[in-house]
Design a protein around this ligand. Structure first.
Ligand code: PMP
Length: 432
């Protein structure tokens, strides 16, 4: 999976060796990529699939600006990070200009996991505490420290981690309810002797089933974290770089982060991620501890990141993502209504969740329904996946360059998938 979130293995296929163990491919018949352009992935049989799931190639697959920038940089120099290089300076300045004023420094890593790991280290050092508050199904990475704060990946209880249930997006008291839970979590961490080092939250709360909307605000929860002496770390690995129609997902939540972590779309497919925050926080940390990462922030991936940033900055993406997201959201709502399926759309820009729990009696049934729909859309050559409680929320997250025609094709495939599953046992059980 590209987000560490691993839906249950498909039921129709016997376990093949390639899907055994910890790593799983998507779909009952895995997709083998021959080439990819824009929002289209062509498989090795020559079949085109509409990619409505990938947020790494945020400006489209195989974008020439990225290929050209990396090619030119590799022919100029790609040394390691003990030397300076103008492209790294230029990119850092351009990136920091997009973040709040108090975010003055950036440190590069190769993955979102490493970025969150470093953010945790920095927060623990500055707060002199070790306790972390995360959402119940959070996913923040695969290193030991980030796996420990990722209950969706490794659910075992950890003494220094307290989870909070994220209120429903529709809850008009969302902000206060979340703040109360965060305050209680901080008190519990204090009781356990850890104190509160950080509250880490994915800004679109993707693995909670995508939580977005007018009531979804964080200011009171962040006040609670600050009162407890902790940092609010905005995990923008999924939500950043215009996914939500703004540069950063937290902008819609009415807060500014103390530390922000970036990744995934940042390099358009090249391994580059980052943690950014106030200069003093990094200099204090650096005065005591060292951080070195051989490949992170080397010029070639930074050149890719620069091409992504410039393309997004100059490409009118704010408006485009808003329009495309509305068209997609409305199309999905209509398709659900036509099929008589009680699903709930939650959306931030082009991060779209279709929650099928209202359509089914329980999470497991809704998850089975979601699985059928994902497979039925795959059969119609449209790639989506699922997330959230019981894996019952369809996760639709196309490259931001998706055209109106492609959105209509996506919605048609969804309509067709709903018709396909209407005759299956799953849907009947769900209806029952
Ligand atoms: N945070 C979030 C919210 C993520 O979705 C992911 C991965 N999808 C990560 C962190 C980890 O990033 P990476 O896979 O680059 O280590």
């Amino acid at each position: 999976s590209d987000d560490g979130h691993v839906p249950a293995a498909p039921r129709r296929t016997p376990a093949a060796p390639r899907r055994a163990g910890t790593y799983r491919t998507f779909y009952s018949e895995p997709l083998t990529v021959a080439s990819a352009q824009g929002c289209t992935i062509t498989d090795t049989s020559g079949i085109d699939h509409l990619d409505a799931y990938n947020n790494v190639p945020v400006i489209g697959h195989s974008h020439p600006a990225i290929a050209d920038a990396v090619h030119a940089q590799l022919l100029r120099a790609n040394t390691h990070t003990r030397y300076l290089d103008d492209i790294v300076d230029a990119y850092s300045r351009d990136l920091l200009a997009l973040l709040p004023q108090h975010i003055e420094s950036v440190v590069y890593t190769c993955s979102g996991s490493e970025a969150n790991d470093l953010a945790l280290q920095v927060a623990a050092y500055s707060s002199m505490s070790s306790g972390v508050i995360v959402a119940r199904r959070a996913y923040h990475g695969t290193t030991s420290a980030t796996a420990a704060i990722s209950p969706s990946l490794s659910p075992g209880p950890r003494d220094h981690v307290v989870t909070v249930d994220i209120p429903a997006a529709e809850d008009p008291d969302f902000e206060q309810d979340l703040a109360d839970r965060v305050r209680r979590a901080a008190a519990e961490l204090e009781r356990r002797g850890h104190g509160t080092s950080a509250f880490v939250l994915d800004s679109t709360m993707t693995s909670e089933g995508i939580v977005a909307g007018e009531h979804v605000r964080l200011a009171a929860a962040v006040d609670a974290v600050h009162d407890a002496g902790g940092f609010y770390i905005a995990d923008e690995v999924q939500a950043g770089f215009f996914r939500t129609g703004a540069w950063w997902g937290y902008e819609a939540l009415g807060v500014a982060p103390d530390l922000v972590t970036l990744g995934k779309p940042m390099g358009g497919g090249m391994p580059i991620a980052a943690v950014a925050g106030p200069r003093v926080v990094f200099s204090d940390f650096g005065g005591q501890q060292r951080y070195f990462n051989t490949f992170a922030g080397t010029p070639a991936p930074i050149a890719a990141a620069h091409a992504v940033l410039v393309t997004l900055r100059d490409g009118g993406f704010g408006e485009r993502v808003a329009d495309a997201g509305s068209r997609l959201g409305e199309g999905l709502v209509d398709a659900l209504a036509e099929a008589g399926v009680d699903g709930r759309i939650r959306r931030a820009g082009l991060m779209v969740g279709v929650d099928l729990r209202p359509a089914a009696g329980d999470d497991a049934r809704a998850g089975a329904l979601a699985e059928e729909i994902v497979e039925a859309m795959y059969a119609r050559r449209v790639l989506v996946s699922r997330t959230g409680p019981g894996d019952a929320v369809l996760k639709i997250r196309p490259p931001l360059v998706i055209t109106d025609e492609e959105i209509d094709r996506l919605v048609d495939a969804f309509r067709g998938a709903l018709a396909d599953v209407a005759g299956t046992g799953v849907r009947e059980r769900a209806d029952g």
